[in-house]
Write a protein that binds this ligand. Sequence first.
Ligand code: NAP
Length: 250
Amino acid sequence: MKKIAFITGATSGFGRAAARKFASEGWSLVLSGRRLERLVELKEELEVPTHIIQLDVRDADAVKRAVAELSSEFSQVTTLINNAGLALAPEGADKVDLADWHTMIDTNCTGLVNVTHALLPKLIEVGAGSTIINVGSIAGQWPYPGSHVYGATKAFVKQFSYNLRCDLLGTGVRVTDLAPGIAETEFTLVRTKGDQSASNNLYQGTTPLSAEDIAEHMFYIATLPNHININRIEVMPTRQAWSPFAIDRD
Ligand SMILES: NC(=O)c1ccc[n+]([C@@H]2O[C@H](COP(=O)([O-])OP(=O)(O)OC[C@H]3O[C@@H](n4cnc5c(N)ncnc54)[C@H](OP(=O)(O)O)[C@@H]3O)[C@@H](O)[C@H]2O)c1
C-alpha cells in the first residue's frame, strides 16, 4: 500500500521534522501551514511526491475544500498528523487577552477537529494500518501556572483522541495522543509573541527534546504493526520533571 502522510503545521518545529523523517522513509506527503514560502522551500528540499497547501486549520470551509481537491495521487491518506497548534499568553489567567484564549481554542481544538472531520472518511476507506496522530502536550495532563487555556486545549486533544478510538473501533483506524514535554522549536517564540531572548533563556542550560525526537516518535507510531494502537505517549526530556505542589502561606 502506498503511504501518504497529511501533516498540519509543517512549516516549523515538529511538523517540518516529521515531513523530513517520513520523506526519508519514502512516504508521499501532503503538507500544510499558513506560511506558503516555507512550504515551497520544504517541497523543493524533499525528494518524494509532495503536495503543499497554504491552509489555516481554523477555516473549516478551506480545510474541507483542500481535502476534497486532493488529486488521486495524494487522496488516500494513510496517516494524519494533527500537529498545528500554539500556546499564547504565558502570564497568569487574570492578565491575558481574551483574544489569545480564543486563538488557542480555535487552533488547537476547532482546527484539529476541522481537519479530522474532513479526513476521517478517507482514513476509514484505507482502514487497517491508517493512523491519526494528535499532538497533545504534557500540559493536557499536568497543570502549571500560565497554562490555563493552553493546557485545557491539550486535555481536549487527549479526550478527543480516546473518544475517537471508541467510534473508530472496527474500522482499523488507530488514534494516538502524542504528548511532548519541553521541546526546542519556534513554540516559545510564538508564545512570547517574538521574544527571542525569552525563548533562548527557556532552552538554555538544559537539554530539551528536539523536533527530530518527536518526529521519530511519530514515525514509530505510524509504522507499528496494524494490530497495535498506542493510546497516548507522554515524552519528556530526562532533564524535565514535576515540581512539588504550591502552597499559599500567611
Ligand atoms: N515545543 C514544545 O515544547 C511543545 C510541547 C508539547 C506540545 N507541543 C505542540 O506541538 C505542536 C507543534 O508545535 P511546535 O513546537 O512544532 O511549534 P512551532 O515550531 O511554532 O510550529 C507550530 C506549527 O503550527 C502551525 N500553525 C499554527 N497555527 C496554525 C493555524 N491556524 N493553521 C495552520 N497551521 C498553524 C505553524 O505554521 P504556520 O504559522 O505557518 O501556520 C507551525 O508550522 C503544537 O500543537 C504544540 O502545541 C509543543
